[in-house]
Design a protein around this ligand. Sequence first.
Ligand code: SAH
Length: 355
Amino acid sequence: MEPELDASRPAPVSLLALDSAQAAARFAELGLKPFHAKIARKEVLERGVTDYAQMTALPAAARARLSEELPILSGVELDRAVAHDRTTKLLLSFPGGARPATVETVHIPPRELASGRGATLCVSSQVGCPVACPFCASGRAGLVRNLEPHEIVEQYVRGRAIGMLSRSVVMGIGEPLLNFANLSAALDVVHDEMGLGSRKVTVSTVGFPDRLRRIAPHKPRFQLAISLHTPDQEQRDVLVPAMAGVPIEDVLAAGDDWFEQTGREITYEYVLLANENDTFGHAERLAQRLARRRCTVNLIPFNPVDDSGYGRPTEFAVQRFHATLVERGLIATVRWSRGVESDAACGQLRIRRQA
Ligand code: SAH
């Protein structure tokens, strides 16, 4: 395992933190050619190579020099948990800031190994989260800091190093719309240089209406998922504290505008909490709210988080909820999360570290 970073010393700049021009300049300082910088960047982004020694397209002397002078990544892998189904959770630490900046990234391989498909990577957008949903472990300690674009890209590179990626969801720690400029810069790299198309990347948000309306005209290169969690205003104010007072109608209207502007359908996410928001009445009211909208509802049975006070819904409640939506003409799916045993499932990120 790599050593922990010494927070008191400034970390050397990494290859990933440099843009193409800066990388070419740095390579020149090291007596290398600008095209060597291009090769190195390609190896990192396209193949997930994180060790110069493996970049056989570079001259041996260059590999040695680079290994000494220019780290590829800036973070450190503090821990790795692999579940029985090969879902891998990485605990990463990045330098800078007063409090330790650790985030988690989850590599979820396809269920059928022989399918030829690559994995889904679940990526964090912030260190900690300011939204503080009471059923989610990620917001327990509040927001520590935003991730830099290269720190977001680094998660993709480390995921790619584990195995091929076919999809990605920005559903790890953090609220993506509150670090949108950095996320967007990172997703440009992921799109242009790692080859993940805009239909293959989903960004999940609690759905700040103003921010959605500002972003939509720029034709974002991702699919949008909005965490709704309940059709009832009072309950949403509790379940999604950062959105307290923001009318659900506004969130849905911003979603409609998004669809109109981008032509892309939205997914509404709904964490099912036993006896809280999983009743027949909730399903009926949700169906009313979403009636005549072209969207998908993604039901996520609650994954246990210590001391949250919430419980996992029964299989019956999940099926009833799903059937109620489908009978009323909605498209709905149930997402039984993978990685629960290693605390890598939705909402569980960061539990271990704080225990
Ligand atoms: N802040 C963003 C992105 C991260 S959340 C958002 O809220 O959308 C990723 C998804 O996991 C969200 O839909 C979130 O509500 C859900 N989630 C959080 N805690 C969970 C838990 N304990 N069990 C199941 N899903 C959870």
